[in-house]
Design a protein around this ligand. Structure first.
Ligand code: ZN
Length: 210
């Protein structure tokens, strides 16, 4: 996709995510990889009202090349791109149900959501929890970097999810699947639940290799 088209689609996805309550206030950010650097939504901007022409362009080392000041969380995106050469886009949200799951105490921080549905297994798989750091803290970016080579989706404790995709659509649809799974997980809490078993997960991985 050409840069102008990417900018347009980032704004459209932002509007859609905001309209459906996935990105309240000025929370959340969307980025896309360019041949050199990335495009990322500006700091303190509402995803519902992104001006495609003002989206920030940032070099791989974090230097601002053009556009408005980038999101404070740009370093988190850059760390994930550096570890995942096939990632073409990243979406980060403060979506309610994922944030709720990120605040729970988890016995296994390597994978904090159970395999509730086939689509969750196919689009996300495993979801490690990254310890809490203040937004914009460079240590947060380093903690994400440590997990990013093996995981295209991570959950930041008391904060929200970060999901990389092979395209912008791919990243958006995967984070939506994750948010809905977090909602299901909370709805099912306290009920006797049948999750997918190990054999069913292996079967899905064979049928739909990522
Ligand atoms: Zn955030």
């Amino acid at each position: 996709m050409r840069e102008a088209e990417l900018r347009e689609w980032m704004a459209r996805h932002g509007q859609s995510l905001h309209a459906r309550g996935y990105a309240p206030g000025t929370s959340g950010n969307i980025s896309a990889r360019l041949d050199f650097g990335i495009l990322i939504t500006p700091t303190n901007s509402c995803l519902g009202r992104i001006d495609p022409g003002r989206i920030s362009k940032v070099a791989p080392d974090g230097r601002v090349l053009a556009g408005d000041s980038p999101s404070k969380e740009a370093f988190l995106h850059l760390a994930m791109y550096a570890e995942r050469p096939d990632a073409k886009a990243i979406v980060h949200l403060h979506s309610t149900h994922c944030v709720a799951v990120s605040c729970l105490c988890h016995e296994n921080a390597d994978d904090v959501l159970p395999p509730i549905t086939a689509y969750y297994v196919m689009k996300i798989g495993k979801l490690p929890l990254i310890p809490y750091f203040a937004p914009g803290d460079r240590d947060l970016a380093e903690a994400v970097r440590a997990k990013a080579a093996k995981h295209h989706a991570v959950l930041l404790a008391n904060h929200g999810p970060v999901v990389a995709g092979k395209s912008l659509d791919d990243a958006v649809y995967a984070i939506e699947e994750l948010e809905e799974t977090a909602k299901l997980f909370l709805l099912l809490h306290g009920r006797s639940t049948r999750f997918l078993d190990g054999a069913q997960i292996v079967d899905l991985e064979k049928r739909f290799p990522s």
